[in-house]
Design a protein around this ligand. Sequence first.
Ligand code: SGN
Ligand code: CA
Length: 506
Amino acid sequence: MKRNVSACVFAGIALNIASQEAKRWNIIHIMSDDHSYQAVSAYGHALGQKAPTRNIDQLAKRGMLFRRAYVENSLSTPSRACLMTGLYSHQNGQRRLGEGIDSTLTFVSELLRDAGYQTAVMGKWHLRCEPKGFDEYHILQNQGEYYKPRFRTPRTNGKYVPEKGYVTELITDHAIDFLKNRDKNRPFALFVHHKAPHRNWMPPTQYLSLYEDTQFPLPETFYDDYETRGKAAHNQEMSIRRNMELKNDLKTDVAVGADNHLGRMTNQQKQAWWDIVAPRNEDFLSGHLEGDTLLRWKFQRYVRDYMRCIHSVDEQVGRLVQYLESEGLMENTLIVYTSDQGFYMGEHGWFDKRFMYEESFRTPLIIYAPEAAEGKECSALVQNIDFAPTFLDVAGVEKPAEMVGTSLLPIIESGRQPRGWRKYLYYHYYDFPGVHHVSQHDGVSDGRYKLIHFYGREGTYDELYDLKNDPNELRNLISEKRYQRQKRRLQKQLDKFRTQEHVDEW
Ligand code: SGN
Ligand code: CA
């Protein structure tokens, strides 16, 4: 399906075509919210094996699984800003969760639309600026709601209007409707951004019983005591033991009649919750669990609800792919499956994300493309700033000079890491003080060694890890003599990242 430049000029639209062999494939970017790679069964982790993601795995079988895909700043809005701009947080302005995005920057959606693509975003938008460069959108209010979620479209006069149903299914409905109504003579770029499985992990009622008899394995680092780490790991507020709330997160109030979780449900949906969840809660409350038994109970309930949400995401991914299949679109569509960051599934005793430690820094990434290497795995260091350049490459649009990300298309096509590929990843987390109380830190990783610099009110110090010998990052090597050379090498790279253009307020 190679098309050359002249074949891409249509309907009087002036195209900014750079490549002589622009793919002009359609683009679908599916991004769930807080989906950890541990919970994608294609990655082979113990957790995923207990709750397979068959449809997402199928994309990996037909496409490419990235083993070392990372974000730059493990939080929703910063990730979405990296996606839209191909720039790091300090360059696009979205450092923290709230305001920040420099909305004068050009978004990839605008460039794709200018190049003749029909563009749409469905689901969580979250950025505090209008969706720019989209012909169509159906966006959730802020974090969005699981049941009867409110959506805003170009036709709702700026208002968010509730829609009956469950969020993951509704987002998929809107994605499929967009595809049905599109102009079939032009390519499309569709961003399908799920709310699930974001906290507080509310599954659809049909899956409330799924996994109830499954015992999910505790991660090896569940009881981490942070012995060799600095203050941030000790002081965080994302511990399952201390910070995961029985009522709000684990919904134990359903049994006693409170319906703050069920407020957006229909009577039928409420009934399903009461029938299934209330008896479980009554058992739990009468058991008066304490200590480690309570902790393990919390872990199981957390992971079960999370995996139920994932099951629904997986099912809806399957539904979307089936639609593409039925329309013959698998031949000319690039499909990305990813998340806006990683997530702790009990590793180090945590939920949430934010830290540069692997489980939140890393994110699942699977890319299916026509004519590309099938069933391959890639361990090149890739990052969420690479999406925008990849999409522009596919569309045959020249990457703006200031965009720091790199197109993944050569990797997808050849199945190999090109010569001269990046050797270092840069990370920077700024959202302090803030929810979950994680100190500011920046750092670099070369995939084997990782240097993290914590700073701010809680003190300034460094940590160093050797991921090959210590994949769980339990031994901070910063003071060990024989690692000083590695430390200096990484420090040099970190300084380079810090002095890049546009770096300020550090
Ligand atoms: C909410 C969540 C936090 C979460 C942030 C950011 N609390 O504040 O647990 O870290 O969102 O998440 S909640 O009780 O309101 O769910 S992000 O994915 O948008 O970055
Ligand atoms: Ca998120």
